[in-house]
Design a binder for this molecule. Structure first.
Ligand code: FAS
Ligand code: PHB
Length: 388
């Protein structure tokens, strides 16, 4: 088999890249390790930057998003019971859109399915000759060994994929921060307690009230790393949410059985560079951010945008400029999102072992943020998404 771009991984980075390339008249093959059902059932992100929405609209993948996505013009932050709202539209000039990653994945899979893509349950994907002009990928499908020759390989296979390991160790530099807590997430088919998101810094720990629709809620509570999911029956989570989100949110809270519950650790991670020869990394394959800033999915989209522009430049003008500049361009935006996600995580969570100094700094910063349009503008510009 031969294609122009072999894409490893059928998550947001791979799917958005594949659809962009198709619109530009460039062929690709998406190789996804898991089944379609598995990928579409994974509960992940829920908030899209305007840049991501506009990109999906441009590539014809936003019909349901336009109909069902929920524009959010503001967000509330709470600290020790005091709550204030940041008017995102007023200070940053654009909204966020609430639309689940599972819905986005379903929409893109439905479009790619018309081209018999992705190749699901592609096993033992391996990358070859990435430092030459004739790279290729091998994999096994239904017991058959397949070789896929290509011009470029896009490593969109996430944090546990094979692509990032293909960057030679002596050329790679990695950066990591591990946070001393995780997020316990709960999904339930009940109306959200608020029409906008609420992030709360409470003495018992961080909590977040989010949603997937007006009838489906998504909540998170900060938990220590040694917590076990089996120690968190639904009632305990609902009780903790009611305490941490405060009496007003609690009064609006509808409890119900969890559809999904999981504990995710939080870390910041960046691997540089995002390119080696004809291999280009995009999304979680190159970087991980704590979900506090709702950046993970949106970085996958902006990486895919930059990579597509670079590949189109090569095929249309024979130019290497975009390809040679891809890693630096993507990392410039990645590091701004890494900084924002790190800052917001530091601001909103209770850190074990704090002697009180860190929390007083948090209270001071949140009090300043509640009063200063300049501070709110700086926060909101990053939260709604910096320009591509
Ligand atoms: P993905 O991990 O989504 O996709 C990679 C794909 O590659 C997967 O489908 C995988 O099966 C496939 N793959 C892996 N190895 C392969 C191989 N060897 N061969 C073929 N395919 C292979 N972000 C937010 O913004 N907000 C959130 O609330 C949020 N919550 C999250 C909760 C959890 C539990 C996790 C793990 C992540 C969360 N994220 C969140 C981040 C998440 O949304 C990612 O940023 C986003 O999925 C990144 O997309 P991709 O880079 O496409 O990687
Ligand atoms: C979510 O709805 O899953 C969500 C929203 C905002 C975040 C993180 C997760 O910062």
């Amino acid at each position: 088999m031969r294609t122009q771009v072999a894409i490893i991984g059928g998550g947001p980075a791979g799917l958005i890249l594949a659809q962009q390339l198709h619109v530009a008249g460039i062929d690709s093959v998406v190789l996804e390790r898991r089944s379609r059902a598995y990928v579409e059932e994974r509960i992940r992100a829920g908030v899209l930057e305007q840049g991501t929405v506009s990109l999906l609209q441009r590539i014809g993948a936003a019909e349901r998003l336009n109909a069902e996505g929920l524009p959010h013009h503001g967000v509330s932050l709470a600290c020790d019971g005091e709550t204030f709202r940041i008017d995102l539209q007023a200070v940053a000039g654009k909204p966020l859109t609430v639309y689940g990653q599972t819905e986005l994945t379903r929409d893109l899979n439905a479009i790619l399915a018309t081209r018999d893509q992705p190749v699901f349950e592609a096993e033992d994907v391996a990358l070859h000759d990435i430092a030459t002009d004739e790279p290729y990928v091998t994999y096994r499908k239904d017991g058959q060994e397949v070789r896929l020759d290509c011009d470029f390989i896009a490593g969109c296979d996430g944090a546990h994929g094979v692509s990032h390991k293909m960057i030679p160790q002596d050329l790679r530099k990695t950066f990591e921060r591990i946070y001393p807590f995780g997020w316990l997430g709960l999904l339930a088919d009940v109306p959200p307690c608020s029409h906008e998101l609420i992030y709360s810094n409470h003495p018992r720990g961080f909590a977040l009230a989010s949603m997937r629709s007006t009838q489906r809620s998504r909540y998170y509570v900060q938990v220590s790393l040694d917590e076990k999911l089996e120690d968190w029956p639904d009632d305990r989570i609902w009780d903790e949410l009611a305490i941490r989100l405060g009496p007003k949110a609690a009064a609006g809270m509808t409890r119900g059985p969890s559809l999904e519950k999981s504990i995710a650790p939080l870390r910041s991670y960046v691997a540089e560079p995002m390119r080696h020869g004809r291999l280009f990394l995009a999304g979680d394959a190159a970087h991980i951010v704590p979900p506090t800033g709702a950046k993970g999915l949106n970085l996958a989209a902006s990486d895919a945008y930059y990579l597509c522009e670079a590949i189109v430049g090569f095929y249309r003008n024979g130019s290497q400029t975009g390809l040679d500049g891809y890693s630096a361009q993507a990392l410039s935006r990645v590091w701004k999102a890494v900084r924002f996600s790190w800052w917001f995580t530091q601001l909103m969570h209770r850190f074990p072992g704090d002697d009180g100094f860190a929390h007083r700094v948090q209270v001071a910063e949140l009090d300043y943020l509640s009063r200063s349009r300049a501070a709110q503008t700086a926060m909101a510009e990053n939260y709604v998404g910096l320009p591509y």
